[in-house]
Ligand binder design. Structure first.
Ligand code: RB5
Length: 142
């Protein structure tokens, strides 16, 4: 799986840990920044990652800011993106089985690295259920 990852300054510490861990799951990772804890604007990084996923260059995007909210709002402005804000492994599993998310957003200031790994492992190890969930996804765009 090819994964694009990005964060703002608030998400930077967790992004570094997640990006370093992802190759051990078999994923290929490209880091779109930020590259330090210097203050930046989360939409710059969220748009970059979402655009790459939308174009089909990556299978999944992972975005991290302080709350996860700003990057999630930004990513979901892209027509081809279904971005899911996840804060525990149950939500991570449902983001795949019900929503077939192609971007996962994490709240870097509110979850631990262990929780982030649990969320992502749950997402990776779950299949999209299709059926009524596909019908609902088809109704999202306006
Ligand atoms: C940065 O202080 C913070 O506002 C940002 O990381 C994020 O939480 C916004 O949604």
């Amino acid at each position: 799986m090819k994964i694009a990852i990005g964060s703002d300054h608030a998400g930077f510490p967790l992004k570094q840990k997640v990006a370093a861990w992802l190759p051990s799951t078999g994923a290929e990772v490209k880091d779109f920044g930020a590259y330090s804890e210097e203050s930046v604007d989360y939409p710059d990084f969220a748009h970059a990652v979402a655009s790459e996923v939308e174009k089909g260059n990556f299978d999944l995007g992972i975005l991290i800011c302080g709350t996860g909210l700003g990057v999630d709002m930004t990513a979901n402005k892209h027509q081809g993106i279904r971005s899911a804000l996840c804060w525990n492994k149950e939500i991570g599993k449902l983001a795949k089985s019900h929503n077939n998310a192609n971007v996962i957003c994490l709240p870097g200031r509110f979850i631990s690295f262990d929780t982030a790994k649990e969320i992502l492992e749950a997402f990776f190890n779950t299949e999209f259920e299709g059926g009524r969930h596909q019908r609902r996804i088809n109704k999202i765009s306006c």
